[in-house]
Design a protein around this ligand. Structure first.
Ligand code: ZN
Length: 124
């Protein structure tokens, strides 16, 4: 067996997104979830495996862009750093009513935009 490579972990993550599932990396031993940037468990050095997340989390931070950096992203648009309820944090765009910016701490739920692009919708 042997630990998964960085590429294998990333491919597995995007494959799960294509199937509509947000996932996170977790120690193959018993340490639990790790940061998305980890490629080995920072606590015990074991390899990582992909686990399905609930999709629920809360807003850790939010920023609204008024400059268009990508032709597919019409301004203004909001990007969130979301802390999943499992612990890891990731960055994705926000979907909100009337383009309001979610407050830090707001509960959000993962949703997929077209082409399996991950976004988070405010639930409270
Ligand atoms: Zn570990």
């Amino acid at each position: 067996m042997g630990n998964k490579t960085s590429r294998e972990l990333e491919e597995a993550f995007y494959q799960s997104l294509n199937e509509g599932v947000v996932s996170y990396f977790s120690c193959t031993d018993l340490c639990g979830p790790v940061d998305y940037t980890a490629r080995l468990c920072p606590k015990c050095g074991s390899g990582l495996e992909l686990k399905a997340a609930s999709g629920r989390g809360h807003v850790h931070s939010a920023v609204t862009y008024h400059t268009q950096y990508n032709e597919n992203m019409k301004t203004p648009y909001t990007v969130l750093m979301v802390e999943l309820e499992e612990g890891p944090r990731l960055i994705a765009s926000a979907i909100s009513e009337n383009n309001s910016v979610p407050e830090v701490g707001s509960e959000v739920m993962a949703t997929m935009k077209a082409d399996s692009v991950l976004a988070f919708k405010t639930v409270r």
